[in-house]
Every structure is written in structure tokens, then in C-alpha cells.
Design a protein around this ligand. Sequence first.
Ligand SMILES: [Zn+2]
Length: 65
Amino acid sequence: MPKPPEAKLCPLCGKPEAPEHAPFCGRGCKDRDLLKWLGESYRIPGPPADEQHDFGRVDSEGDAG
Ligand SMILES: [Zn+2]
């Protein structure tokens, strides 16, 4: 006899998952997971620098012709 569908839980908060947002419970957790991945990608190691010095601006005027 077939077993009833197991209620999956949201990996972030533990609530029952929503089919349209599987495997998350809703859009909130889905976005959170996405932001987490993006955050890790954009995260820069080391303390935040106060101000970065400009290493000479590149002002190359198009003078061809
Ligand atoms: Zn959730």
C-alpha cells in the first residue's frame, strides 16, 4: 500500500514546505537562501577599508582621427 506523501520541512525554518516554493516554506525563505549564496560570493575577506585611495584616474580622451 502506498505510503502517504512525507511532509517535507523547510531547511531554513522547519515549517512545512510549500509546493510552489519547494523545498522552502515560502518565498521569504527562498529569497533568504538565494541571498545567502549571493552574499558568500560577494563577501570580501578582511576588514572593511575606510577609504580606498585613487590610483590615478584613467582619463583617456578619444583622440583618434
Ligand atoms: Zn521557511
